[in-house]
Design a protein around this ligand. Structure first.
Ligand SMILES: Cc1cc2nc3c(=O)[nH]c(=O)nc-3n(C[C@H](O)[C@H](O)[C@H](O)COP(=O)(O)O)c2cc1C
Ligand code: SF4
Length: 612
């Protein structure tokens, strides 16, 4: 089914597009770094980005049209083709599939008379998939025009179809369709926190004033607490902040990485939704520590539905003197925060790609050095930290390093939020002191029968039963927090295949090892799935995996082979039972390709054929 013909780039803007552009420019201004936000807001008003709108944006911001088109093509949530009045976006994460999202998608497409990825003939509805919506604890999930619908049973899916077909405006849909549970299953110091807005700031100021050290006292406290970043890589937060604070260039910049794109992760959703004051308190403390005036929250596009409440918290804090000029009455301490909404790109969670995206560009990871702490957003010294890291920093500022270190292990202090989903009775968010064994988490979430746990999303480790005694800690299992539980009926080969497709799709294409390597890995895994694989293909996957790990430009390419290598090692029978032949079977029929040569030479004897 084709949609309406796209208007040409040279046509004048219609009234709706002109108004949308004026509004976006009034809000964001005309600097080229505002490109992504302007495009996003124009699209929010029009449903897509018609060619004349791209031309008008290019002129208004002084950005070449080719660059505007490049940005639109890079982000999966920006559309240069028409989409439906109702845009259904299915979460295609592993827990969604396990909960039946494929079946729901097929049923809904049949009811709505369209194919996935297409627009209905009347322009009413379009249906697409996206890798992860951050709602795995209430899968299957989808977004309708950006609003989440969770626990998609057949009945709820049918209800959505009826509402769409009856053209009922979203505001009139039953509220229970849009309910998102918090699913907090275990609280420790962070989720049980009762810090009042400003309290951690006051504690940090008092400590700094008493010691006569000012912001250095906070840097010392964060270092003494041995806070390691909660985004997955575990970099020492105090060292990052101190290095940024020593740069000669000002102003400096504080960025909160709320991209939460790792499939299986959703704990930042809770922190943004219920503990955003603490996140902002942590960012404001960071600003005091490093001497920053500018702050950004990079909110993933999938969490656009949280934007209004986040903006309201920022407004409240400005009114209370906790953001803006002379914060808490301290002359010279000026700091404010803007929220930038992403547009559907996993690689933009990588800190340098995120900064590129903040600058309105495609999210291509930067070459390092220089590090972001030296040359970050618009060339300014910049720190990027995870949402949970800022919360932990606020707790340290309020309670002190010794209190913080009293939880966790010697190398991994404090607590960790885990996003638990998959085959377990109680999916949700669990906070534990570092050092908790995977087995204990499985017992708490009702996942005792598990055969495997994917810890840290596809970039993390796939653990077999013999490893359930291992511990969540930077010295053992490093994880940003996702734990997907797999029961005995799950096929770990299919899980690995899904992740191979995910990485091939999300590779930004900048460097050859990852661009070509992820695509080759996907092809090889598909070959095995079709029953045409051989042991040589498995060896080739391992060899290619080594190339990606060592030669890729960023962490995405480095970790792309991991689910394949891990499952090959721990669940080899799941791979081997699919092999078509125990010897080499080329995916290309070489002997068949010589048939024309045989005809031309008039030979068809045994010597004119390759040996079988
Ligand atoms: C492909 C890729 C995606 C990433 N996605 C995220 C993310 O969604 N959230 C996050 O905090 N860190 C993410 N990271 C890690 C960031 O690059 C960075 O290390 C982190 O934001 C630093 O914060 P922290 O020190 O507080 O952990 C990602 C890294 C890579 C390579
Ligand atoms: S490793 Fe992949 S995602 Fe990273 S820069 Fe290279 S192509 Fe892009």
């Amino acid at each position: 089914m084709e949609g309406p013909a796209a208007p040409s780039a040279t046509l004048p803007l219609d009234d709706a597009a002109a108004t949308a552009l004026e509004r976006a420019l009034a809000r964001w201004g005309r600097e080229p770094v505002r490109l992504l936000q302007v495009l996003r807001e124009v699209q929010e008003a029009l449903g897509w980005l018609p060619p004349p709108a791209l031309t008008a944006v290019s002129r208004a911001l002084g950005v070449p049209l080719a660059q505007v088109r490049g940005v639109v093509a890079f982000y999966s949530f920006l559309h240069a083709e028409p989409r439906g009045e109702y845009r259904l976006l299915f979460s295609d994460d592993v827990p969604d599939r396990m909960a039946g999202s494929g079946q729901r998608l097929a049923e809904m497409c049949e009811r709505l008379w369209l194919e996935p990825g297409k627009l209905s003939e009347d322009g009413l509805v379009s249906v697409e998939r996206t890798p992860a919506l951050g709602l795995c604890d209430q899968a299957p999930a989808l977004l309708v025009n950006g609003r989440p619908v969770t626990r998609l049973t057949a009945a709820r899916a049918g209800q959505v179809c009826e509402l769409v077909l009856a053209r009922v405006p979203l505001e009139a849909w039953p509220a229970d369709l849009f309910e998102v549970e918090d699913h907090v299953r275990r609280r420790d110091v962070l989720l049980g926190d009762d810090t009042r807005p400003g309290e951690a700031l006051d504690a940090a100021f008092a400590r700094g004033d008493a010691a006569g050290l000012g912001p250095q006292s906070l840097l010392d406290e964060i270092k003494a607490a041995r806070l390691l970043g909660r985004g997955g890589a575990g970099f020492t937060t105090g060292v990052k902040w101190e290095s940024c604070s020593r740069q000669p260039v000002t102003p400096r910049v504080v960025v909160c990485n709320a991209d939460e794109g790792e499939p299986g992760t959703f704990k930042d959703r809770l922190l943004l939704r219920r503990h955003f004051d603490l996140v902002v308190e942590g960012m404001t403390l960071a600003a005091w520590a490093i001497g920053a005036t500018l702050g950004f929250v990079y909110l993933r596009g999938e969490y656009r539905w949280l934007l209004d409440s986040l903006e309201a918290t920022l407004a409240r804090r400005r009114e209370a003197g906790l953001l803006g000029r002379s914060i808490r009455g301290r002359p010279g301490f000026d700091f404010d925060i803007e929220i930038h909404v992403g547009a559907g790109s996993y690689v933009c969670g990588e800190a340098s790609a995120l900064v590129e995206s903040l600058e309105g560009k495609r999210g291509i990871p930067r070459n390092r050095p220089p590090r972001l702490a030296e040359v970050g957003y618009r060339g300014l010294p910049t720190i990027v930290n995870n949402v949970e890291s800022y919360c932990a920093a606020a707790l340290i500022a309020r309670h002190g390093a010794d209190w913080f270190k009293s939880r966790g292990t010697a190398r991994s202090s404090g607590t960790k939020l885990l996003s638990v989903s998959g085959d377990c009775a109680r999916p949700g968010i669990y906070e534990y002191p570092f050092g908790v064994a995977v087995r204990e988490v499985l017992a708490d979430c009702g996942g005792e029968g598990a055969i495997a746990v994917q810890a840290g999303g596809p970039s993390g480790a796939c653990l077999g039963q013999d490893e359930f005694g291992r511990r969540v800690a930077f010295e053992d299992i490093e994880t940003g927090g996702a734990l997907v539980v797999f029961g005995p009926e799950r096929d770990m080969f299919e899980v690995a295949r899904h992740y191979a497709h995910f990485f091939a799709e999300e590779s930004c294409g900048f460097c050859t090892p990852c661009r070509v390597g992820t695509s080759l890995l996907k092809t090889l895994v598909d070959k095995v799935a079709e029953g045409k694989g051989t042991p040589r293909d498995l060896a080739e996957i391992e060899r290619l995996g080594g190339v990606l790990r060592t030669a890729s430009h960023c962490g995405l390419g480095e970790s792309a082979p991991r689910p394949l290598i891990d499952t090959l090692r721990r669940f080899r029978p799941a791979w081997e039972r699919r092999l078509g032949s125990s010897s080499m079977e080329p995916s290309f029929d070489l002997d068949g390709a010589l048939a024309r040569a045989r005809r031309m030479t008039g030979r068809d004897d045994e010597g004119a054929h390759l040996p079988p």
